[in-house]
Design a protein around this ligand. Sequence first.
Ligand code: MHF
Ligand code: KIV
Ligand code: MG
Length: 296
Amino acid sequence: MSHHANDPAVEPVETTPRRKRVTPPSLAALAAAGEKLVMVTAYDYPAAVAAEKADVDIVLVGDSGAQVQLGYDSTVPVSVDEMLVLAQAVRRGTTTALVVVDLPFGSYEVSDEQAVATAIRFVKEAGADAVKLEGGGRVPAARIRAITAAGIPVMGHVGLTPQTAVALGGFAAQGRTVEAARRVRDEALAVQEAGAFSLVLEAIPSDLAAAIRPQLTIPAIGIGAGPAVDGQVLVLHDLLGLTEGRAAKFVKRYATVLDAMTEGIGAYAADVRSGAYPGPEHGYAMPEGVLDALDG
Ligand SMILES: Nc1nc(=O)c2c([nH]1)NC[C@@H]1CN(c3ccc(C(=O)N[C@@H](CCC(=O)O)C(=O)O)cc3)CN21
Ligand SMILES: CC(C)C(=O)C(=O)O
Ligand SMILES: [Mg+2]
């Protein structure tokens, strides 16, 4: 469509006015104007289409998809090749939102070269706009610097970092002692200093996020970090009610999709068993005479 914009021979297709593509600078401008940034995860085409229709700013192909989409019991086992399939489907369904892809565990820790090569795969093979990686220590900061230097925007992620939750002592909120709070703050500043265009603050006290934010010049997106940040992110399956069991404290449920799916499939199963489906309207008519000639 856009490549025909200056071609008078081509009638413009009538469309609803679409906003322009979201970019790291446009996000910074939105945040500077006081607009809250909306980020949600997606792992497949229909979810990306729905997120786009709902006008979210950032779609994250999170490694949480390892659990909620692929059924692993943590984010650790998911591979780059698996994340690529998810990211490609999301890219096909997304037109204006910024598509960020999580670098999975093991795909960036070894060296700057490994991190850049992985980030390039997500850009070249899935059309990712940016990548996200966990941590703000010396090693993750070096990786952020290297990937950014290769021309790929990087989103940071500090606080509760699920890929290294074992080392953190489980899925507990972070930054609740003076030492731990300093560590979260220093990591957030290191991520910014390394060149990240934005960062996620996960599972830290709201007051700590409020204390860190004035020291940041890049937008901070919270999940379990309270309201004093530039935007919020939630796992799609959590907010839609597609996950079973007890959710984290920060989850707010906006729909009951797993129940709706179960009901729908259950109603279909009951119809098949009772013979109510298929009805005459679901069948194909045979043209006259064909059946008579069948055995002739
Ligand atoms: N479905 C889902 N939602 C997520 O937000 C999510 C994933 N999966 N998988 C990857 C990580 C793991 N995350 C998690 C997982 C569990 C808690 C959780 O239950 N936290 C307790 C901790 C309380 C504490 O001791 O501080 C909570 O009650 O919130 C938090 C974040 C966030 N990410
Ligand atoms: C929760 C967000 C920040 C994430 O990293 C994920 O979904 O994997
Ligand atoms: Mg993640």
